[in-house]
Design a protein around this ligand. Sequence first.
Ligand SMILES: NC(=O)c1ccc[n+]([C@@H]2O[C@H](COP(=O)([O-])OP(=O)(O)OC[C@H]3O[C@@H](n4cnc5c(N)ncnc54)[C@H](O)[C@@H]3O)[C@@H](O)[C@H]2O)c1
Length: 313
Amino acid sequence: MIKNISVIGAGTMGHGIANVFAMYGYKVSMYDRNKKNHENVIDEIKSELEFMAEEKYIDKELINLTLSNIKIFSSLKETIENADYVIETISEDIKSKQELFNQLDKICPIHTILSSNTSSLSLSEITKDISIERKKRVMICHWYNPAHLMPIIELSYFGNMSEDIFLDVYALYISIEKQPIKVKKDIPGMIANRLLHALAREVFHLIETGAASSEDVEKALKYGPGFRSATTGILESADLGGLDIWCAVEDNLFKELNNSDKACDLMKQKIKEGCLGLKTDEGFFKYPKDKKEKIRKDFFRRLIIQLKASKNY
Ligand SMILES: NC(=O)c1ccc[n+]([C@@H]2O[C@H](COP(=O)([O-])OP(=O)(O)OC[C@H]3O[C@@H](n4cnc5c(N)ncnc54)[C@H](O)[C@@H]3O)[C@@H](O)[C@H]2O)c1
């Protein structure tokens, strides 16, 4: 049974992942090679917990309890000493992840399960130089951002590990109220990102070709397919609508859809101009400095409302 968790990398994803495990009572040890992040990470987790309490998603008492379950270490070796399960969530760089896995393989207890939060790298590449025994205890556990509010977790089951180990990790994620997806093939993007970017390609194409304004394309998604998808998947929607109709529509539409194998030019142009989104005050939309905090909180608030609604469903 998994009790002690180590999170390696305390950036955007790492702090959120540590937050969730600690909130559900697990002892979490953390490590980041950048010491500056050691100072920020607890403040960031605290502020997210306070916001969840303000929105009445968690009890106030949970804030200190959660924080007391997290400890940050200044050496990797100390961090993983008692770990049953390690999740690395360091930069998306194959060499760094390989080096880290090689190190973890050597210094972790024999029973420790090692996992990666990679969004795009192959598990067999990341773990290519680790011991044969450890290869039976490695997997991808892919979270979605923001980790403390998105219910999905994608778990690899690529044939390298026994079902017992997989089920231990599956049970771990059920215990923190995530919705695990068992991914059976080592394919780039796992499942959720493939779905997301198939849709994103058409969104960018519609804007680039002037089919509708950016605001209206977003609105069509939020109040059309996106609205329904939060409660009803594509297959169920097709069943409800009638497969004969869906089939006719797809035969007519698929040949019209964008099938580019590159990110869209409009986005590349924006990047050239230094418009990277919220972090640079402008992306597809504008983010005035004095409104940024409110924009971020509104984003979190909407997810909390969805979470509350999906719990009562
Ligand atoms: N940001 C997202 O939306 C998102 C979503 C899902 C998955 N992911 C994946 O999660 C991972 C982390 O992404 P992020 O957005 O949190 O990145 P980030 O840059 O915010 O954080 C990475 C952290 O890892 C630390 N780090 C780098 N190398 C290290 C090492 N060798 N040892 C210890 N610490 C190290 C860095 O100092 C940094 O604090 C990536 O694999 C990414 O693909 C990201």
